[in-house]
Design a protein around this ligand. Structure first.
Ligand code: HSE
Length: 309
């Protein structure tokens, strides 16, 4: 076999209280990457579709090729590849777009090379792609896209990623307003020092969310979906943000917040019906601010990226 396609799902990083340390994957949408082995050692991006011609094709700048380069270097291989990238995720959306491309490429090359690495071992290579994309090698998008489910990054050095047994019935709503926000810019507005009371609040909520997910205790999940670290400054980028949580909760969601670095809003719900109602309510609220949006409702994905053929 010298050619394979892989799919990697969108992800919600932070999940309100887990800034840079928690994320989960959804079933769809996601990006697709096809990798074909070459007879020389070149790494070539032969095509990118769905990005409006905006993503770089240089192999040291694109997240898919950077992830592949990191992988091949680590196994001491000079194998060359052709990469075809099909972007389904909008750029600068907060849905883990850059992560999905890197992860799909990694799962494909790992498969073609005989699976030398476990999914966990692929995480550092996907983080290199994140570093190229936004200047920060965070793992809270790439780890859930690789592993599926909710994933906690307990520690970065040494890396310790833990997949959490989440409730089977938990649905995610993603509402993507037609706005673009670069993660790099969204990280610039973060406060670099925190009040002790905020650290205490955030710690209580992340611990509560972990316990709520594993029990499961939906009331505890709901009470824990709060963010006092990133949301206070980042919400200024999102028109109408102050009312979004209210309308989502009135529609029956457990909680709601900024997906990753935004501007996409996510909500978690116990049923598909409530997740759909939350999506409609958030979409309506955005319309009041003259913002169109796309809504995706999906179960929390449990398997992560996969080989298509
Ligand atoms: N944890 C990262 C952030 C995710 O919030 O900046 C970026 O998608």
């Amino acid at each position: 076999m010298n050619s394979i396609r892989a799919f990697a799902p969108a992800t919600v990083a932070n999940v309100c209280c887990g800034f840079d340390i928690l994320g989960f994957a959804v079933d769809f949408p996601g990006d697709e990457v096809k990798i074909t082995l070459r007879s020389d050692s070149d790494i070539v991006i032969v095509s990118i579709t769905g990005d409006g011609g905006r993503l770089p094709k240089e192999s040291d700048k694109n997240t898919a090729s950077v992830a592949v380069l990191s992988f091949l270097k680590s196994i001491g291989s000079s194998q060359g590849v052709d990469i075809e990238l099909k972007k389904n995720l909008p750029l600068g959306s907060g849905m883990g777009s850059s992560a999905a491309s890197g992860v799909a490429a990694l799962v494909a090359i790992n498969h073609l090379m005989g699976n030398p690495f476990t999914r966990e071992q692929l995480v550092p290579h996907a983080m290199e792609a994140e570093r190229i994309a936004c200047g920060s090698a965070h793992a809270d998008n790439v780890a859930p896209s690789l592993l599926g489910g909710f994933v906690l990054v307990r520690e970065y050095s040494p890396l310790d990623v833990i997949k959490i047994d989440a409730p089977d019935k938990i649905y995610c709503t993603l509402v993507h307003p037609h706005l673009e926000l670069k993660t790099e810019d969204s990280r610039k507005v973060l406060r670099q020092t925190l009040h002790l009371k905020d650290v205490i609040t955030q710690s209580g909520n992340i611990a509560g969310l972990m316990i709520g997910l594993t029990k499961p205790d939906y009331g505890l999940i709901s009470r824990s979906l709060k963010d006092v670290i990133a949301e206070p400054t980042r919400s200024a980028f999102i028109p109408g943000f102050s009312n979004l949580r209210n309308v989502a909760m009135q529609a029956g969601a457990l909680g709601c917040g900024i997906s990753g670095s935004g501007p996409t809003i996510f909500a978690l719900s116990e049923t598909h019906e409530r997740a759909t109602a939350a999506g409609e309510a958030i979409q309506l609220e955005f319309l009041k601010h003259h913002l169109k949006s796309d809504v995706f409702v999906s179960k929390v994905n449990q398997q992560g990226a996969y080989i298509i053929e």
